[in-house]
Write a protein that binds this ligand. Structure first.
Ligand SMILES: [Zn+2]
Length: 647
């Protein structure tokens, strides 16, 4: 759909046509009350004191410092709380980088006004505004990571990523979509930038954006870089869609016609899937760097996609390439359609993550499927990835088969904060992504079986995410809405079907049978799996489904499967394998030992190092090497191939 048509749709639906999104009053935000603390409960009224102005000087590349200056209109003589956003949408946890904020000075009429950090909330600053002061001048620095485990690196000599939630405070007590802002940035000389924000004007290297509410400002980060390309990948029917690419060096921006064609296909295939776009323009902010930290963070009209420097130069359909399709899918699933308890009134109210198996699980499903439909990945690559996912839930998540549910893993962003775990396979971690993908695959298979292939998850996608073309407010939903939509497409007890998978301990790999396929283990990786691994620079040895371990090239164990053969022999992920049956460790030696032990009763002897102690452990395993592979179930309909076929 063209931009002009989009405006017409907005007029027809009574929404305001401007750079500012739909009127806030129409949005059903979750009125969760704060429990304890001193902060005022956010109200669904327009911020009455004026427009919040935020300026960021992002030119100090040497020190990796963002210098912030804000003007916050306030009521004279009244206390105000300024909040540092805590729950950042898409991050799913309440741990924004307040530790990187320093140098906070607040002034009114030129005089310093003391601030006090709230005793219940370290991201809230109380300011007793003196009489006669109607505006606060707020200055602080965002000291971005210098590396060394301080968090993601967001500034290099060649590029920077600026999330407005990192570089602004906002007044408490109001829905963030009711606080109007004007944001501006000063960038290094000659740098270009990408953002979903609309430009009002530029003065040299300082760029000022059109007014936008604070909720959508935070949802519209800015990427800037020295080496920058802007690719137009819009389809005939879509609003403008661009890929803004930044790289460490010009040579990484070698974008060939086949790359552009596949990226354009993504927009075409998404349109065929949903039949509607929920943005007036969209920008992929794609950075290719060995220096910046990688990322994948969705927004309504943009996404942050940070990947390897050789993304284009090593491009091949035989490697995994679903980052962009995953993040793009969130514009429909997660941003436009949002779980009711996920749509909070501000960024400092707790978010209910319990429907992340829809938000991330179905996005994992479509991100992978669309990558194949668009030609970013070959079908064989897509199937190899699916085999790996199915095997994980067949054998390598013993915790989910015993003590833990997929539903409970929606708490993991808060529990583990995306830090490494001692025994991830037993603990489970954010399995709502990939287990969610398998649950939606089972829904697709069940829809096809019940309807004799007349209905599929494509129908659900269109019905649930594709309504109201052009609208880009927030359209909330509950589990009952999902169940009702599935029931309209194909009558069935969908609630029981979903809850059994979410709350039980069933083998989610079994859902493949509904698509006419099953999982088998073979004694060498499939050709597609090998081709995919060839792109993995960190590649070590993966014997997850045989010995039950993964190790780096020098024998350091990355993972030991709970109650697997290696675990039972006494191995732990803290150890390093030094020798195998008396021979110095390498991957081939270990694989040969597994082959040699097949079918006899000779244990595999591993000399392992644990701190400065050495010990020989005997692994009693005789079933040979095993790698996952998808195999057709003879005599059944092949629905899976239809799922991955381009529309
Ligand atoms: Zn996601």
């Amino acid at each position: 759909m063209k931009a002009a048509l989009f405006a017409a749709v907005l007029l027809a639906t009574g929404l305001a046509v401007s750079s500012v999104p739909a009127a806030a009053g129409d949005i059903q935000l979750n009125p969760v009350l704060r429990i304890g603390g001193n902060l005022p409960t956010p109200q669904n009224v327009a911020y009455p004191y004026g427009v919040l102005k935020i300026h960021v000087d992002a030119t100090d590349l040497h020190h990796r410092v963002f210098n912030v200056h804000e003007t916050v209109p306030v009521k004279p003589g009244t206390p105000v709380y300024l909040l540092y956003p805590s729950w950042i949408p898409g991050v799913h946890q309440p741990y924004s980088p307040i530790k990187n904020v320093a140098g906070l000075v607040i002034k009114g009429n030129g005089k310093v006004i003391p601030w006090q950090r709230d005793e219940y909330d370290v991201r809230a600053f109380r300011v007793d505004v003196p009489a006669g002061v109607s505006s606060l001048d707020v200055s602080f620095k965002f000291l971005s990571s210098q590396g060394r485990g301080q968090g993601p690196i967001r500034m290099t000599p060649e590029m920077l990523e600026m999330a407005w939630n990192n570089v602004s405070l906002y007044p408490a007590g109001y829905f963030t979509n009711r606080i109007q802002t004007v944001a501006s940035v000063t960038l290094p000389q000659g740098w270009k930038f990408g953002t979903a924000l609309e430009l009002a004007g530029s003065d040299g290297n300082t760029h000022t954006f059109k007014p936008i509410d604070y909720m959508n400002l935070v949802d519209s980060p800015l990427m800037a870089g020295k080496y920058f390309e802007r690719l137009d990948i819009a389809s005939k029917r879509s609003p403008p869609v661009h890929v803004d690419v930044m790289a460490d060096k010009p040579g990484d921006l070698e974008i060939k016609p086949e790359h552009l064609k596949a990226l354009k296909n993504v927009v075409v295939q998404m349109d065929k899937l949903y039949g509607a776009f929920h943005f007036n323009h969209y920008d992929f902010l794609l950075w290719l760097s060995d220096n910046m930290s990688g990322a994948g963070l969705e927004h309504h009209r943009s996404s942050e996609d940070g990947t390897d420097a050789d993304y284009f130069t090593k491009w091949s359909p035989s490697q995994a390439n679903a980052l962009l399709t995953h993040e793009f899918n969130h514009s429909w699933n997660g941003k436009y359609r949002r779980a009711a308890n996920h749509a909070t009134p501000d960024f400092n109210v707790a978010v209910d993550d319990s429907l992340l198996w829809v938000y991330e699980g179905q996005t994992q499903f479509w991100g992978n499927v669309i990558a194949v439909r668009a030609g970013l990945e070959s079908r064989d690559t897509g199937f190899a990835k699916l085999a790996a996912t199915a095997a994980r839930y067949d054998m390598d998540r013993p915790g989910l088969r015993s003590w833990r549910t997929v539903q409970d893993t929606t708490n993991d962003p808060t529990i583990a904060q995306r830090t490494p775990l001692p025994y991830r396979n037993y603990q489970g971690s954010e399995d709502y992504y990939s287990a969610g993908q398998l649950i939606w695959l089972a829904v697709d298979g069940k829809l096809r079986q019940l309807s004799h292939n007349k209905r599929s998850l494509d129908d659900f996608a269109r019905a649930f995410f594709g309504m109201n073309p052009g609208a880009w407010d927030i359209n909330t939903y509950t589990l009952d809405d999902i169940v009702a939509t599935l029931g309209r497409i194909q009558p069935f007890d969908w609630k029981a079907f979903l809850r059994e998978r979410l709350d039980g301990h069933m083998n989610l790999a079994d859902g493949l049978a509904l698509e006419g396929w099953k999982l088998e283990y073979v004694d060498e990786p499939t050709k597609a799996a090998k081709a995919m691994q060839a792109h993995d620079k960190e590649r070590g040895i993966d014997l997850t489904y045989s010995l039950g371990l993964r190790a780096s090239r020098d024998g350091k164990l990355n993972d030991v499967r709970w109650n697997g053969p290696a675990f039972k022999a006494g191995l732990s992920p803290a150890m390093q394998i030094i020798a195998v049956n008396g021979t110095g460790f390498n991957g081939d030696v270990l694989k040969q030992a597994v082959k040699d032990a097949k079918g006899n009763d000779q244990p595999i002897e591993l000399l392992v190092k644990n701190f400065d102690r050495y010990k020989t452990l005997a692994v009693d395993y005789h079933d040979g090497l095993k790698y996952p592979k998808l195999v057709r179930i003879e005599g059944s309909a092949d629905y899976l191939s239809k799922v991955y076929k381009a529309r």
